[in-house]
Design a protein around this ligand. Structure first.
Ligand code: TTP
Ligand code: MG
Length: 367
């Protein structure tokens, strides 16, 4: 019998965004700057613009993309620090390393922000809120800057949530609160709605996402083109975009160490369905097709088995061009068993994701 596809669980997405990122790095590295209004950006006499302003400078109305000369008029005591992008890049990589301690599914969205999918993460007892808090604490102590986070069931809501209590805030939009939250959301808080779009919407007397729901989609498309369709989805809280990891996974595998060694090949064969069940759950999570999961024939895969004998001798056997199904691992088991023919303490099965197969199985992951 073909294995049934597992039901898709409610997703747990975290969006993280550093507070006044470039300025935060500058204040960290030069503590005398902390607490004073500061912008990072081009020089005023060269028509430079503000890359970012710290929160003290924002109180004067200073914002990103504002000419530095104007910022100085708003706040004459403003400190202007030139941009040091290489330094920010290094800090950004160190922060991403922290994110990856909690999940492989990290999609950086810019130098200072990323989406994480922790739906299946076992960290922090499976609580996305606790993962977000753990990451925020680790960034604070190890990187010594603050990062705000939003937790929700999709990327759109998680992003809105991360901006909700900035700086140094955490906002969780639980599924039961999402609808009420969105209804009351001012349209200008919807990512992609800038001043011009907000102005047009206000002219229709549309102030919140709830108001936006009253406008027929066709009307929104007429006004805003493709973005109209998106607006119609977002105001209902719909956003199916997956978190696409930037770092390609090399393999997906599962393994199990048995409390008692498996004595022979038959015992190992009986253990394989349990491992296959675990593996298919991982494949589902990464949108990788396998036999019995989809109508269409899945692409050929490079499958492997790992066997650790009771004396810790370990062997791996792999074969490319395989139909991804339980029987493929049964065949691999025969070959791997013959290499030792002694009791087995650990079995693992998996697939490699390098583009060795005619059609890379990782296609769905990054396509
Ligand atoms: P943002 O995350 O948009 O802003 P921020 O981190 O400075 O402040 P916030 O607390 O509101 O998140 O952008 C990240 C960095 O990208 C920012 O520190 C500087 C840079 N940037 C520019 O260079 N130009 C811009 O117009 C913007 C918006 C950001
Ligand atoms: Mg930021």
């Amino acid at each position: 019998m073909a294995p049934a596809a597992s039901p898709i669980p409610q997703r747990k997405i975290i969006h993280l965004d550093c507070d006044c990122f470039f300025a935060a790095v500058e204040m960290r590295d030069t503590p005398a700057l902390a607490g004073k209004p500061l912008v990072v950006g081009g020089r005023p006499n060269r028509r430079g613009v503000v890359a970012t302003a710290n929160y003290e400078a924002r109180q004067f109305g200073i914002k990103s993309a504002m000419p530095v000369a104007r910022a100085l008029r708003l706040c004459p005591q403003l400190i202007v620090v030139p941009t040091n992008i290489e330094r920010y890049r290094k800090v950004s990589l160190a922060i991403r390393d922290i994110f990856r301690l909690y999940t492989d599914l990290v999609e950086p969205a810019s130098l200072d922000e990323a989406y994480l999918d922790v739906t299946h993460s076992k960290c922090c007892h499976g609580s996305a809120t606790w993962v977000a808090e753990a990451i925020r604490a680790k960034v604070r102590t190890e990187i010594r800057i603050t990062i705000s986070a939003g937790v929700a069931a999709n990327k759109f809501l998680a992003k809105v949530a991360s901006g909700w209590r900035k700086p140094n805030g955490l906002t969780v939009i639980s599924p039961d609160k999402a609808d009420a939250f969105i209804r009351a959301l001012p349209v200008e808080k919807i990512p992609g709605v800038g001043r011009v779009t907000a102005g047009k919407l206000h002219a229709f007397d549309v102030k919140t996402a709830g108001d936006l729901r009253q406008i027929p989609q066709a009307r929104l498309v007429e006004q805003f083109g493709r973005f109209g369709t998106r607006l119609s989805e977002l105001c209902r809280g719909e956003d199916e975009r997956p978190v696409r990891p930037s770092r390609p996974l090399k393999s997906i595998s599962v393994e199990h160490t048995f409390s008692q060694d498996l004595p022979d090949q038959d015992a190992c064969r009986r253990a394989l369905p349990m491992l296959w069940d675990k593996l298919t759950k991982c494949l589902d999570r990464h949108h990788i097709a396998y036999v019995g999961h989809t109508q269409a024939a899945p692409p050929a895969a490079k499958c492997f088995i790992k066997v650790r004998f009771h004396d810790f001798a370990t062997t791996t056997l792999e074969r490319a061009g395989q139909r991804l199904e339980l029987a493929c691992f049964e065949r691999l088991l025969e070959g791997a068993w013959l290499r030792g023919q002694k009791p087995i303490r650990l079995l693992g099965i998996g697939i490699r994701l390098e583009a060795h197969t005619q059609e890379p199985v990782s296609l769905d992951l990054f396509g």
